[in-house]
Design a binder for this molecule. Structure first.
Ligand SMILES: CC(C)(COP(=O)(O)OP(=O)(O)OC[C@H]1O[C@@H](n2cnc3c(N)ncnc32)[C@H](O)[C@@H]1OP(=O)(O)O)[C@@H](O)C(=O)NCCC(=O)NCCS
Length: 170
């Protein structure tokens, strides 16, 4: 297990998540990752986001704790592609409690997850967020991210009957 984290000030501690933290992390995520945050179903926050990432990469599931209170979290994983020698880090969720944002907690979480990813051999970190998330994008730019690429999500509603053109008999 990787060593406990970097401490931004004496009382802010970045550490690995434990099962006891799951409910509070889940509820912070519920406050942040609403349908306004991401209208696309692709990014839906639910309890499986925490348990799945915890099962696969517990060392990359971190919380920020300040005097016993959980203020935010970072949940990530690593991805290796068969056609690439590089190992990628994917920061799936990063959230800081509303009300204490812009206080350096997100940066402290990111610094620690980046350190851990580097230690695991990651050469590039990937994030994705909605194009409207201006604050989030500014945050990631501040952390050194660049090269934004647009992506299109489309849907096909299978519950609607498709209108097929009738073939006219000759
Ligand atoms: C994105 C987020 C995690 C940042 O955490 P944070 O603790 O607020 O960030 P920090 O205080 O460490 O900010 C670091 C830098 O990011 C930028 N930034 C952060 N919040 C910003 C905002 N609302 N508007 C513009 N820039 C912002 C600033 O450049 C800031 O540096 P500065 O304080 O020197 O100006 C937090 O705002 C959040 O939880 N947002 C909602 C969820 C989300 O969008 N998550 C990311 C995608 S999963």
């Amino acid at each position: 297990m990787a060593a406990d984290a970097d401490q931004q000030d004496d009382d802010l501690r970045i550490r690995e998540i434990t099962i006891d933290d799951f409910p509070v992390v889940f509820h912070i995520g519920e406050e942040l990752f609403t349908s306004d945050y991401s209208p696309s179903m692709y990014r839906t926050w639910d309890e499986y986001e925490i348990t799945t990432l915890y099962n696969s990469d517990s060392e990359l599931c971190l919380v920020a704790e300040y005097r016993g209170l959980i203020l935010g979290f970072a949940l990530g994983t690593t991805v290796a592609k068969s056609n690439s020698a590089w190992k990628y880090g994917y920061l799936v969720w990063l959230g800081v409690k509303p009300g204490i944002q812009k206080g350096g907690v997100g940066s402290a979480l990111f610094k620690e997850i980046k350190r851990r990813m580097r230690e695991q051999g990651v050469r590039m970190i990937i994030i994705d967020t909605d194009a409207d998330n201006v604050a989030g994008i500014r945050f990631f730019e501040k952390q050194g991210f660049g090269n934004p690429q647009q992506h299109v999500y489309m849907t096909l509603n299978l519950s609607r009957k498709s209108k097929r053109k009738r073939i006219k008999p000759i």
